[in-house]
Design a protein around this ligand. Sequence first.
Ligand code: ARG
Ligand code: ZN
Ligand code: CA
Length: 252
Amino acid sequence: RMEQKLITIPVVVHIIYSNDLENISDDQVQSQIDVLNEDFRKTNPYVTDKWPQAADTKIQFRLASVDPNGNSTKGITRKSTTKESWGAQDQMKDSKSGGVDPWNTAEYLNIWVCNIGNGILGYAQYPGGKPSTDGVVINPKYFGSSDKGSNFYLSAPFDKGRTTTHEIGHFLNLRHIWGNSRGCGTDDLVSDTPESNGPNYGCQHGTVSCGSEDMIENFMDYSDDTCMSIFTSGQSARMHAILMEGGFRHEL
Ligand code: ARG
Ligand code: ZN
Ligand code: CA
């Protein structure tokens, strides 16, 4: 396998809130960045040793320290609004529709934290989409980890920060582990993840489909947060391909 170099992605978090709870603390934001680093570097305490292909992806994250104008920043923006629910049509990403415009999406990973509504935890844009809407969106109740603070605004069983890990997986070109369409014979284009016929919920270790054990412990399944703990080396290679020279996200 080719040696992967360590990549650090600068992140800006745009918090858009309609009440105090949704206006999550800097500490809660940092707890999410810490989880991302543990998850992508295979250092989270939940890592399973069941799958030998589990990998350190050599991708890490930090809050931006310089804003697009060259000024120093915490990498967090905040906006108060009367809009209580945003839907999944990107309105939070546009100041003309009451949202917050992204920072240059070629240079920053933009994360909008707002109430999406309709039971949606988070959503992502795949590489190759419109720059003006590039990034991921996460409901504040699922952004951060209850392992890292006691008074965070979070909701179990999605309170360990894995929704953002999952969505950034999509942002870096990963499909769901079952291949984005149900049934056997559709693939996630990654050879070291076993075939699976659809999403797994809860925490059903040992579930079998398509003639092999499903990797319900993978971040790209739909298992509960405490249950998912790995990316594979194949997924890591796919993410690095999109981040490399010639890949869509090579400037990040
Ligand atoms: N449902 C979301 C999606 O479609 C994310 C699922 C996150 N799962 C989790 N255990 N946090 O991409
Ligand atoms: Zn997904
Ligand atoms: Ca596969």
